[in-house]
Design a protein around this ligand. Sequence first.
Ligand SMILES: Cc1cc2nc3c(=O)[nH]c(=O)nc-3n(C[C@H](O)[C@H](O)[C@H](O)COP(=O)(O)OP(=O)(O)OC[C@H]3O[C@@H](n4cnc5c(N)ncnc54)[C@H](O)[C@@H]3O)c2cc1C
Length: 414
Amino acid sequence: MNKLPASIPLSAEVVIIGAGIAGCALAARLARAGMDVILFERDKFPRDKLCGEFLSGEFQGLLEELGCLDEILAHNPAPMERLRLTTMGGTHVELPLGAPGLGLSRSLLDTQLADYAQRCGARVIFEAQVTGMYQEPWGRTIVQVCREGVEPTLEVQAGLVVGAYGRRTSLDRILGRPSFDKRSPWLAFKRHHVAHFSPERSHLLEELRGVVELHSFKGGYCGVSLVESDVVNVCLLLHKDCLASLPTVSWDSIKHYIGTSNTELRRRLGSLEASRPMLSVAQISLAQKERHQSNVLFVGDAATMIAPLAGDGQAMALHSALMLAELIVGARFAVPSAAWDRQWERRFRTRLAVARGLHETLVRGWATALAVPTVKRFPWLGRMLIRLTRGKAKPRSTRAKVLEVASPGAAITT
Ligand SMILES: Cc1cc2nc3c(=O)[nH]c(=O)nc-3n(C[C@H](O)[C@H](O)[C@H](O)COP(=O)(O)OP(=O)(O)OC[C@H]3O[C@@H](n4cnc5c(N)ncnc54)[C@H](O)[C@@H]3O)c2cc1C
């Protein structure tokens, strides 16, 4: 799968940029509907990715709709039924998740999805970074692609271009997206661990079975959960001002800092041993972004990211890809940008706003200290908030019907 083809075809009906969840799902769906699709991915798979790696119940329903739930479940994701929330003051609350979630590493999930897109008929090209694009006078777009170690830059003609390239890349600047200029003070870190198996500590691993933990600390929050059977993912969001107080930006200093204001978190981190290198990213922005710009449609995080604590970004990426596939197939000879705007707003506005509100609460110690006892007293409130950060997948039959009517090879132009 990672081998580059001898030559890249020079045109496609749809070019998709980025083989994350949104890009792979869209490519699979469009290829299954008979469209000629190329998916460019800058990395070589499998690759690790910064993410909490919690898959919401909604995600599983959407995977089923995409047609590859069983093959993902075959990789033994860790089941999760409860959310455990701890605060700086030492209180904690446990809530049922409603629909149970799963813990699965992104290196595994994304590789499987890219493989599935290929089997559906999409051409997936790895180590191929899209570096720019321009418009031809007669409406088609030329996508410029830089392949690892290959000169010169390739030019690929596309009927439609979809940006599924995640939160933020230099393409945003090249496309002139106003959202690129909005700065964000949030950074994120992730590291995989193994649990200590010493008898006195093994109960800490048992505590994690069936649970996703969310710990608030001064200047951010941290998720801890199992992925697969005995790997523990620690993923946190941190305000940049907190870094200034650290002697160095290393995992040990971050671990020390976040454990200082939350004893439960300190205890949890003490039970774990790092097994993979730390990943970090800056500029985690929750601001609204454009859903289209310069004839490019955006999907997944490229179209707006939900606050990480919601644990629903992957489901939103997948859901938005299925919605966009339906629109593209239905639109046939036009870029469905206005319809895409409307659908996106209708489907995701509420959960984005609720998740942003929860994010604001969790990063303020006093607000969390008030919220947790309230949720403890009125558990229905917590369940309702969790529900509001989730969407409902559209009934399977509706979407399937739309895709069935697409004739193989149906062309779309801008
Ligand atoms: C700290 C943190 C914790 C999170 N925790 C969770 C969680 O627990 N559960 C959850 O559901 N969500 C979580 N999320 C959100 C989730 O990671 C994203 O919503 C999801 O990855 C979005 O998928 P995507 O396909 O839109 O983009 P991505 O997964 O980011 O994929 C984009 C792909 O595009 C490729 N790419 C980028 N630029 C180019 C280019 N120029 N040319 C070619 N390829 C390119 C990248 O290499 C990448 O493979 C978290 C996010 C953060 C920041």
